[in-house]
Design a protein around this ligand. Structure first.
Ligand code: SF4
Length: 216
Protein backbone atom coordinates (compact mmCIF):
# COMPACT_ATOMS: atom_id res chain seq x y z
CA UNK A 1 0.00 0.00 0.00
CA UNK A 2 1.49 3.42 -0.94
CA UNK A 3 2.58 5.54 2.02
CA UNK A 4 -0.30 7.60 3.29
CA UNK A 5 -2.98 5.53 1.53
CA UNK A 6 -4.46 4.25 4.78
CA UNK A 7 -4.44 7.84 6.08
CA UNK A 8 -6.26 8.95 2.93
CA UNK A 9 -8.90 6.25 3.45
CA UNK A 10 -9.29 7.33 7.07
CA UNK A 11 -9.71 10.96 6.05
CA UNK A 12 -12.24 9.96 3.38
CA UNK A 13 -14.31 8.08 5.98
CA UNK A 14 -14.03 10.98 8.42
CA UNK A 15 -15.24 13.40 5.75
CA UNK A 16 -18.20 11.15 4.87
CA UNK A 17 -19.07 10.82 8.55
CA UNK A 18 -18.95 14.60 8.96
CA UNK A 19 -21.34 15.04 6.00
CA UNK A 20 -23.62 12.36 7.39
CA UNK A 21 -23.68 14.16 10.73
CA UNK A 22 -24.67 17.42 9.03
CA UNK A 23 -27.53 15.64 7.29
CA UNK A 24 -28.68 14.05 10.56
CA UNK A 25 -28.66 17.48 12.27
CA UNK A 26 -30.73 18.94 9.41
CA UNK A 27 -33.19 16.03 9.61
CA UNK A 28 -33.44 16.44 13.39
CA UNK A 29 -34.24 20.13 12.96
CA UNK A 30 -37.00 19.35 10.45
CA UNK A 31 -38.33 16.54 12.67
CA UNK A 32 -38.54 18.89 15.66
CA UNK A 33 -40.42 21.47 13.58
CA UNK A 34 -42.90 18.85 12.35
CA UNK A 35 -43.28 17.19 15.76
CA UNK A 36 -42.02 13.80 14.58
CA UNK A 37 -38.85 11.72 15.05
CA UNK A 38 -36.01 11.39 12.54
CA UNK A 39 -37.04 7.77 11.92
CA UNK A 40 -40.54 8.98 11.07
CA UNK A 41 -39.00 11.54 8.68
CA UNK A 42 -37.11 8.72 6.97
CA UNK A 43 -40.28 6.63 6.68
CA UNK A 44 -42.13 9.54 5.02
CA UNK A 45 -39.16 10.07 2.70
CA UNK A 46 -38.94 6.37 1.71
CA UNK A 47 -42.68 6.07 1.07
CA UNK A 48 -42.59 9.24 -1.02
CA UNK A 49 -39.64 7.97 -3.05
CA UNK A 50 -40.67 4.32 -3.45
CA UNK A 51 -44.48 4.42 -3.14
CA UNK A 52 -46.54 2.10 -0.89
CA UNK A 53 -44.36 -0.48 0.87
CA UNK A 54 -44.89 -3.54 3.09
CA UNK A 55 -43.87 -2.85 6.68
CA UNK A 56 -41.16 -5.56 6.58
CA UNK A 57 -39.61 -4.00 3.49
CA UNK A 58 -39.59 -0.58 5.17
CA UNK A 59 -37.75 -2.09 8.15
CA UNK A 60 -35.08 -3.52 5.82
CA UNK A 61 -34.81 -0.23 3.93
CA UNK A 62 -34.11 1.64 7.16
CA UNK A 63 -32.00 -1.05 8.85
CA UNK A 64 -34.26 -1.21 11.91
CA UNK A 65 -36.35 -4.02 13.40
CA UNK A 66 -39.92 -4.59 12.28
CA UNK A 67 -41.38 -3.74 15.74
CA UNK A 68 -39.48 -0.43 15.70
CA UNK A 69 -40.81 0.54 12.28
CA UNK A 70 -44.31 -0.70 13.21
CA UNK A 71 -44.38 1.63 16.23
CA UNK A 72 -43.25 4.59 14.12
CA UNK A 73 -45.84 3.79 11.43
CA UNK A 74 -48.63 3.57 14.03
CA UNK A 75 -47.68 7.04 15.30
CA UNK A 76 -47.54 8.47 11.77
CA UNK A 77 -50.96 6.97 11.04
CA UNK A 78 -52.44 8.57 14.18
CA UNK A 79 -51.01 11.92 13.03
CA UNK A 80 -52.54 11.52 9.56
CA UNK A 81 -49.29 11.22 7.56
CA UNK A 82 -49.93 7.68 6.30
CA UNK A 83 -52.44 4.88 6.27
CA UNK A 84 -52.12 1.11 6.49
CA UNK A 85 -53.97 -1.50 4.48
CA UNK A 86 -53.74 -5.22 3.65
CA UNK A 87 -51.76 -6.17 0.57
CA UNK A 88 -54.02 -7.20 -2.32
CA UNK A 89 -51.45 -9.92 -3.19
CA UNK A 90 -51.16 -11.38 0.31
CA UNK A 91 -53.66 -10.49 3.01
CA UNK A 92 -51.12 -11.30 5.75
CA UNK A 93 -48.91 -8.39 4.66
CA UNK A 94 -49.54 -4.84 5.89
CA UNK A 95 -48.71 -2.06 3.42
CA UNK A 96 -48.08 1.57 4.39
CA UNK A 97 -48.73 4.48 2.05
CA UNK A 98 -48.69 8.25 2.41
CA UNK A 99 -51.86 10.29 2.71
CA UNK A 100 -52.23 13.67 0.99
CA UNK A 101 -50.87 15.26 4.19
CA UNK A 102 -47.93 12.82 4.14
CA UNK A 103 -47.06 13.67 0.53
CA UNK A 104 -47.22 17.40 1.26
CA UNK A 105 -44.93 16.82 4.26
CA UNK A 106 -42.51 14.85 2.07
CA UNK A 107 -42.35 17.83 -0.30
CA UNK A 108 -41.60 20.15 2.65
CA UNK A 109 -38.81 17.83 3.82
CA UNK A 110 -37.34 17.75 0.31
CA UNK A 111 -37.38 21.55 0.10
CA UNK A 112 -35.72 21.90 3.49
CA UNK A 113 -32.96 19.41 2.63
CA UNK A 114 -32.50 21.05 -0.77
CA UNK A 115 -31.10 24.06 1.06
CA UNK A 116 -28.04 21.92 1.91
CA UNK A 117 -27.11 21.64 -1.74
CA UNK A 118 -24.47 24.02 -3.12
CA UNK A 119 -25.15 26.89 -5.46
CA UNK A 120 -25.14 25.18 -8.89
CA UNK A 121 -23.21 28.13 -10.35
CA UNK A 122 -20.40 27.64 -7.85
CA UNK A 123 -20.29 23.84 -7.65
CA UNK A 124 -17.50 22.30 -9.75
CA UNK A 125 -19.44 19.70 -11.76
CA UNK A 126 -16.57 17.47 -13.04
CA UNK A 127 -15.04 17.12 -9.55
CA UNK A 128 -18.44 16.39 -8.04
CA UNK A 129 -19.13 13.74 -10.70
CA UNK A 130 -15.85 11.99 -9.82
CA UNK A 131 -16.73 12.22 -6.12
CA UNK A 132 -20.12 10.61 -6.85
CA UNK A 133 -18.44 7.75 -8.70
CA UNK A 134 -15.94 7.20 -5.86
CA UNK A 135 -18.70 7.18 -3.25
CA UNK A 136 -20.83 4.72 -5.23
CA UNK A 137 -17.81 2.39 -5.42
CA UNK A 138 -17.43 2.64 -1.67
CA UNK A 139 -21.11 1.80 -1.22
CA UNK A 140 -20.65 -1.26 -3.47
CA UNK A 141 -17.56 -2.31 -1.48
CA UNK A 142 -19.37 -1.97 1.84
CA UNK A 143 -22.38 -3.83 0.47
CA UNK A 144 -20.12 -6.72 -0.55
CA UNK A 145 -18.53 -6.61 2.91
CA UNK A 146 -22.00 -7.01 4.40
CA UNK A 147 -21.99 -3.56 6.05
CA UNK A 148 -24.65 -2.04 3.76
CA UNK A 149 -27.75 -4.10 3.04
CA UNK A 150 -29.66 -1.91 0.58
CA UNK A 151 -27.90 -0.60 -2.51
CA UNK A 152 -29.92 0.57 -5.49
CA UNK A 153 -27.13 2.38 -7.30
CA UNK A 154 -25.99 1.75 -10.89
CA UNK A 155 -22.87 -0.22 -9.97
CA UNK A 156 -24.92 -2.97 -8.33
CA UNK A 157 -27.52 -3.10 -11.12
CA UNK A 158 -27.76 -5.76 -13.82
CA UNK A 159 -28.72 -3.09 -16.35
CA UNK A 160 -25.43 -1.22 -15.90
CA UNK A 161 -23.07 -1.62 -18.86
CA UNK A 162 -19.55 -0.44 -18.02
CA UNK A 163 -17.66 1.94 -20.32
CA UNK A 164 -15.67 0.37 -23.14
CA UNK A 165 -13.06 2.17 -25.21
CA UNK A 166 -14.46 5.59 -26.00
CA UNK A 167 -18.04 4.54 -25.26
CA UNK A 168 -19.42 5.78 -21.96
CA UNK A 169 -21.24 3.53 -19.52
CA UNK A 170 -24.83 2.79 -20.48
CA UNK A 171 -28.11 1.85 -18.84
CA UNK A 172 -29.49 -1.06 -20.82
CA UNK A 173 -32.96 -0.70 -19.35
CA UNK A 174 -33.46 3.00 -19.97
CA UNK A 175 -31.20 2.95 -23.05
CA UNK A 176 -29.34 6.04 -21.93
CA UNK A 177 -25.66 6.91 -21.47
CA UNK A 178 -24.41 7.00 -17.89
CA UNK A 179 -21.65 9.58 -17.57
CA UNK A 180 -20.37 9.71 -13.96
CA UNK A 181 -22.67 12.67 -13.17
CA UNK A 182 -25.67 10.64 -14.39
CA UNK A 183 -25.07 7.63 -12.15
CA UNK A 184 -28.03 7.00 -9.85
CA UNK A 185 -27.77 6.50 -6.11
CA UNK A 186 -31.29 5.21 -5.49
CA UNK A 187 -32.87 4.16 -8.76
CA UNK A 188 -36.51 2.98 -8.83
CA UNK A 189 -35.64 0.75 -11.83
CA UNK A 190 -32.67 -0.91 -10.11
CA UNK A 191 -32.40 -4.66 -10.54
CA UNK A 192 -29.72 -6.30 -8.34
CA UNK A 193 -26.78 -8.04 -9.99
CA UNK A 194 -23.74 -9.84 -8.70
CA UNK A 195 -20.50 -9.57 -10.57
CA UNK A 196 -17.01 -8.10 -10.75
CA UNK A 197 -16.35 -4.50 -9.83
CA UNK A 198 -17.28 -2.12 -12.67
CA UNK A 199 -14.24 -0.67 -14.42
CA UNK A 200 -13.38 2.97 -13.84
CA UNK A 201 -14.77 5.58 -16.21
CA UNK A 202 -12.45 5.88 -19.18
CA UNK A 203 -11.26 2.28 -18.72
CA UNK A 204 -10.71 0.60 -22.06
CA UNK A 205 -12.11 -2.75 -21.12
CA UNK A 206 -14.93 -4.23 -19.13
CA UNK A 207 -17.04 -7.34 -18.83
CA UNK A 208 -19.12 -7.95 -21.94
CA UNK A 209 -22.74 -7.10 -21.30
CA UNK A 210 -25.34 -7.46 -24.00
CA UNK A 211 -27.20 -4.29 -24.94
CA UNK A 212 -30.95 -4.53 -24.83
CA UNK A 213 -32.23 -5.60 -28.19
CA UNK A 214 -28.78 -6.68 -29.47
CA UNK A 215 -27.91 -10.20 -30.64
CA UNK A 216 -26.78 -12.71 -28.02
S1 SF4 B 1 -31.83 0.76 -14.13
FE1 SF4 B 1 -31.27 2.48 -12.80
S2 SF4 B 1 -29.69 1.68 -11.42
FE2 SF4 B 1 -29.87 0.26 -13.15
S3 SF4 B 1 -28.24 0.96 -14.57
FE3 SF4 B 1 -30.22 1.91 -15.17
S4 SF4 B 1 -30.18 3.94 -14.16
FE4 SF4 B 1 -28.63 2.66 -13.14
Amino acid sequence: MPAGADDLDRKLLDAIERLGRALRVARQRIATTLGVTTLQIEIIDRLDHLGPLPVGRLARELDVTQPTVSDAIATLERKGFLERSRSTDDGRITVAQLTVTGRATAATIRDELHALQPDPHQAHRPERAIALEVLLREILRLQRAGVITINRSCFSCRHYQPPTGGTPAHCLLLDTPLEPAQLRVDCPDHDPADGPDPPRSGSRSGPAVRRRGSAA
